[in-house]
Design a protein around this ligand. Sequence first.
Ligand SMILES: NC(=O)c1ccc[n+]([C@@H]2O[C@H](COP(=O)([O-])OP(=O)(O)OC[C@H]3O[C@@H](n4cnc5c(N)ncnc54)[C@H](OP(=O)(O)O)[C@@H]3O)[C@@H](O)[C@H]2O)c1
Length: 290
Amino acid sequence: MKTPTLTLPGGTWTLGDATVSRFGYGAMQLTGPWVLGEPADRDAALAVLREAAAQGINHIDTAETYGPRVVNDLIREALHPYGEKLLIATKAGGRRDAEGGWPSARNSDELRQQIDDNLETLGVDVLDLVHLRLGDASGPVPERIGEAFQTLVDLQEQGVIRHLGVSNATAEQVREAQSIAPIVSVQNMYNLAIRQDDELIDQLAAEEVAYIPFFPLGGFPPLQSAALSSVAARQKSTPMAVALAWLLRRSPNILLIAGTSSAAHLRENITGAGLELSDADLEELNAISG
Ligand SMILES: NC(=O)c1ccc[n+]([C@@H]2O[C@H](COP(=O)([O-])OP(=O)(O)OC[C@H]3O[C@@H](n4cnc5c(N)ncnc54)[C@H](OP(=O)(O)O)[C@@H]3O)[C@@H](O)[C@H]2O)c1
């Protein structure tokens, strides 16, 4: 992969020992429907990953469960050998079942197997960043996570993981993880309309821990709101652009991993996220979550 040279909106963030573009890329959309199987157009999927790298994005979010293994295979095919500056963040803690569900899989043997699978499919000896995926498809579940997190800490001490984070976590689970070992990031659902983590984001910013919103554009289906459309119209822009620009403005520790299966949408999102929002825009947008 070439060394990134372009300037992306939002600048950079220090994630552990790495400097990453705050504008990253979430690769989950590169599969078939329901995050299962091969994409309809494999060359187009590879082109999105190469476009991300060419645009200077050096933070890509993935998981062995996307496909499963399909997205990690695409990343390896498109970008391996990875430049030193590329940070690939993956996850452990879940698996896919025969119906395409996402059951949790967090005992020590399951987690170790998932780390081995990620190492193999990504084609690396060390994973840059692993988020312990908690809760279930309906959201975070308040339960103790110490044993599972300790397994990842043990693997970090063995040298196969550089940095740790948690995902789909309650604030209490973030604190439980931090009582065991440092984390560099929290990856939770958050966007203009879903702002349950506002307080957590501010606390993490003070600790210089990244907050990485998943479904930044609303996921399935995308965000829809009259206020968002009205700000987009005033700015002669799009709701997607406004939603991304708002996240970059919301807090310096927010890193974007908006997903897309289209290189054209990726370019649009990069341009759009650089939008300057006025105080009036912000007031209107901040009222969306009610
Ligand atoms: N930790 C977790 O539990 C978890 C859960 C879910 C997701 N994630 C991560 O978070 C990332 C982001 O989430 P996401 O991809 O599900 O949702 P998202 O970023 O909120 O939205 C993606 C959707 O927006 C569309 N889109 C993007 N840019 C667009 C544009 N310019 N114009 C029109 N449509 C556009 C995409 O369609 P097109 O493909 O047509 O562009 C796709 O349907 C994922 O890729 C994944 O890496 C993590």
